[in-house]
Design a protein. Structure first.
Length: 112
């Protein structure tokens, strides 16, 4: 997974979106295989292979693309360390960051 994350970072730096999309799919499929659960595997596979995801990368600015690539490296490190809590925390940040890149940051309503 680390090698895939490194390659993804290299292609992200060159704005090679087709390669980033392919490598991202492979990375997330590797995570799914490690998890061993069929239902999330199917759901993630549908998302990762979606043409929508390829268009998503097109909306990332350089900072968002760099952050996404860094998340992949950190997730690989967490897996290598055998730390599921760390991996989950980074994955959550990864998803929230992607959402913010597409839709803007989440805003919570202020409490009275």
């Amino acid at each position: 997974m680390h090698a895939v994350a490194v390659e993804l970072r290299e292609h992200a730096g060159r704005d090679d979106l087709d390669a980033v999309h392919r490598l991202n799919a492979g990375f997330h499929q590797g995570l799914v295989r490690l998890g061993g659960s069929a239902l999330p595997a199917q759901q993630i596979s549908m998302l990762v292979h979606s043409p929508v995801l390829l268009r998503t990368y097109g909306s990332f600015d350089k900072e968002a693309m760099d952050r996404s690539a860094a998340h992949h490296l950190e997730i690989a490190a967490a897996v290598r360390a055998g730390d599921p809590d760390w991996a989950e925390a980074v994955m959550r940040a990864h998803l929230f960051s992607a959402r913010a890149s597409l839709l803007g940051p989440r805003h919570q309503e202020s409490q009275p």
